[in-house]
Every structure is written in structure tokens, then in C-alpha cells.
Write a protein that binds this ligand. Structure first.
Ligand SMILES: Cc1ncc(COP(=O)(O)O)c(C=O)c1O
Length: 389
């Protein structure tokens, strides 16, 4: 063991990522794998967004910006949040970050003291566990269940509150379940947060990806909630901009001002050409977003129908681009199912255990392949299941 590893800080934990690594290694050794694991859109970034970044580079816009981001971008974010979500942030209440990922870390740095408990909708995007843990806090999963379409229930939150509870992470639409917390439940959660003095971290990265039968409500727009909410949003998903690394957090000005220095320490500012791309995304035509959404809706409809025909159940996927599918009828646990499907069917899916799900009979299907490839993946999946039956 190196001197460095012996001197490792107590913040760093040796997380077991062996399953993910093994899956990716198996996939690398196979031909024609249909990858429906990662949450990375198969579409390319719309051309007018790419062109805006190119123009910025040609204008020599490749210097540092204000740590909180380009003023025009912060203004566009504040305008968009007001228009689309009824949120009343000023540009000074917005910090542009390197993806929502950096917003998550920055928010936890700003909120979590050692021993503080942070409740997290679960199954979950486990970056939250890591970020809370790095700050010395304790992640507290709040389970959601297929029987409730994976909706977050206030009673489940309440049952886990202690004097150390500091914040609740609400991710709606959710990754990995696609669940959209209904507006009436968001109202109840807001009331609970006010009664029990909880901060709400509302991750709305999938807010533009909402399908028929679901409705998105931003918790920070409810009376009294702005003061205790950090709203996180981004570009990766709706604008197919994963590699550009742009996201943001919005919160009351005094809190945002205090976060500007740690934000400067992390990376000074988000890549300047990427910020110009994000500005074009918000201020330019939105047709590409609706076209991608229509395509996702078609793929989602197909999968919902065909999974049901195959006898596989799931919670209603109201948003995002995931279907969290119950594979218990195959008799396999999810990791074994995913490994068999990959080796024998050359389809890559991720098991619930990668999202902190202890009840590991679910797989997350990302419908981020053209419909014809998804049809092919379903055929391969049906064959693998038939061989086992
Ligand atoms: C719920 C959620 N939050 C945040 C992120 C991070 O997104 P990015 O850093 O690309 O903006 C993801 C990515 O999958 C996510 O699913």
C-alpha cells in the first residue's frame, strides 16, 4: 500500500464499484451491445447550441467568467425558472456549475455539518450519498415502492425524522424510477418541511421531460418555501448536453453569496464556451427539446406496452427517460439478470443495487436508443427470459 493510501482522509470511503466495472468490461469484450444503461441521450446536442459555442470561441470568449457564471446566462436561467416553474429567483440567486453534479456537492458543502442527516428519495442517484458523506453527514434513504408508482410519501419521510435531520432531497422526475411526485404530495411535503424545519434540495434536472399523466410542481414556488429550498437544474438531459458540463443551483441571495467562494475553489467557473452554449439552449428555439421529448414518449409507450405483455411490471414512469422494471418473475436477482442479459443477449441494463435499492429485483431501462434498437433489445431480452423459463 502506498504512503498516500495509508494517509487517506477519513472522508474517502472505499466504495464497491466492482459490479459496474465488471459489466463494462464484459460489454467491452462483446460486439453489437445495445447499451441502455447510462442516462446519456442518444441524440446529439442541437446544432444551434453547438454553433453558439463555436462562435464564442471565435470571439475569444475563452477567459474566466464570474464564478457564479455569465450574467446573461444567470438572467436566462432566472427567466426560464419564472416562466416554466413559477419560481421567483433573481440572476443574483443563481450559480452556474459544472453540471448538476457540482451543484449537488456545492449544496451539501453549504448545508451539511458532521452528523447531520439528509433524507434522500430512494431508490436514488447515489451521488447524493457520496456528497453527503464527504461532508461528514449521514444519508438517510426514504424508500418508495412500486405499489405507489414510486411516489415519495410524506409518512415515510416523517418516520425517519430525528433531531439531526437537516434536509430532504427530492428528485422529481426521479432517477432511476421515472416517478413524478404529484403536486398534491409536493404540497404536503412543503407543509411538513415548514413544520419540521427541514431544508428541501429539489433536483429538477428532468423537469422538462414530463409525459402524459404526470404534472411537475416546483416545491420552491409554494408559499414560504423559497427561503428553505435549493433548486437544482441543468442542461444535460433535456438538451442532450451531458458532455458540456453545465448545470445550476438557485437559492435565496444570502445563501448563494456565501457559496460563491467554495464554488470558486472547486473550479473557478463553468467552462466559458459551454456557458455560451447553455445560453443559446435557453434563449434559442425549443423545437429540438419537443422533438426529442416526442421521440422519448414513443419509445416509452412502446416499452410500457411490451414489458406488460412480457409479464414484467413497473411503476408509472411519468418523467425522465427510465422505466424501473420488476424482473422478479425471472427468478433472478437484478445483478444476475443484468449479467445474464449482457452475456447472452448483449443488452446492457443497470440493476437497482446501483441505485441503493436493497430490494434488488428491479432493473433500470434507459430508453436512450432509436426505437428499432429498443425493439431489437426487447427481442433479445425475451429470448434470454424464455431460455430460463
Ligand atoms: C437526478 C440527477 N441529478 C443530477 C445528475 C447529474 O447531471 P449533470 O451533472 O450531467 O447535470 C444526474 C445525472 O444522471 C441525475 O440523474
Amino acid at each position: 500500500m502506498s504512503v498516500l493510501s495509508k494517509r487517506l482522509s477519513s472522508r474517502i470511503v472505499d466504495e464497491d464499484v466492482s459490479f459496474r466495472t465488471r459489466m463494462l468490461e464484459i460489454a467491452a469484450g462483446l460486439d453489437d451491445v445495445i447499451a441502455m444503461g447510462r442516462g446519456d441521450p442518444d441524440f446529439h446536442t442541437p446544432p444551434h447550441i453547438v454553433a453558439a459555442a463555436k462562435r464564442a470561441i471565435d470571439r475569444n470568449e475563452h477567459h474566466y467568467t464570474h464564478p457564479a457564471g455569465l450574467p446573461a446566462l444567470r438572467e436566462a436561467i432566472a427567466d426560464t425558472l419564472a416562466r416554466e416553474n413559477g419560481l421567483t429567483y433573481t440572476p443574483d440567486e443563481v450559480i452556474v456549475t459544472a453540471g448538476v453534479q457540482e451543484s449537488i456537492m456545492l449544496t451539501m458543502l453549504g448545508l451539511v455539518d458532521p452528523g447531520d442527516e439528509v433524507l434522500i428519495t430512494s431508490p436514488r442517484f447515489t451521488t447524493y450519498d457520496t456528497a453527503v458523506g464527504l461532508c461528514g453527514g449521514v444519508p438517510v434513504p426514504v424508500p418508495t415502492f412500486e405499489r405507489d408508482d414510486f411516489a415519495l410519501l410524506p409518512a415515510e419521510i416523517e418516520a425517519r425524522l430525528t433531531p439531526r435531520s437537516k434536509a430532504l432531497v427530492l428528485v422529481s422526475p426521479n432517477n432511476p424510477t421515472g416517478a413524478v411526485t404529484p403536486p398534491a404530495v409536493i404540497q404536503e411535503i412543503a407543509a411538513l418541511a415548514q413544520q419540521r424545519d427541514l431544508i428541501v434540495v429539489s433536483d429538477e434536472i428532468y423537469a422538462k421531460l414530463i409525459y402524459e399523466g404526470a404534472e411537475h410542481l416546483s416545491v420552491g414556488s409554494l408559499p414560504g418555501m423559497k427561503a428553505r429550498t435549493v433548486t437544482l437544474g441543468g442542461f444535460s438531459k433535456a438538451y442532450a448536453m451531458t458532455g458540456w458540463r453545465v448545470g445550476y443551483l438557485a437559492a435565496p441571495e444570502d445563501f448563494v453569496r456565501l457559496l460563491t467562494e467554495p464554488r470558486h475553489t472547486l473550479s473557478i467557473n463553468t467552462s466559458t464556451p459551454s456557458q455560451f452554449a447553455a445560453l443559446a439552449a435557453l434563449t434559442g428555439p425549443q423545437d429540438a427539446v419537443s422533438e426529442m421529448l416526442a421521440e422519448y414518449a414513443e419509445r416509452r409507450g412502446y416499452l410500457m406496452r411490451v414489458l406488460k405483455e412480457m409479464g414484467l411490471s413497473y411503476g408509472f414512469p411519468g418523467g425522465a427517460f427510465y422505466i424501473y422494471t420488476n424482473i422478479s418473475s425471472t427468478g433472478l436477482r437484478a445483478p444476475a439478470f443484468c449479467e445474464t442479459l449482457l452475456r447472452d443477449g448483449r443488452v446492457l441494463l443497470f440493476p437497482g443495487s446501483m441505485f441503493g435499492d436493497e430490494d434488488d429485483v428491479y432493473v433500470r431501462i434507459s430508453y436512450l436508443q432509436p426505437l428499432a434498437r429498443i425493439e431489437e433489445a426487447v427481442e433479445r431480452m425475451a429470448q434470454v427470459i424464455a431460455v430460463r423459463a
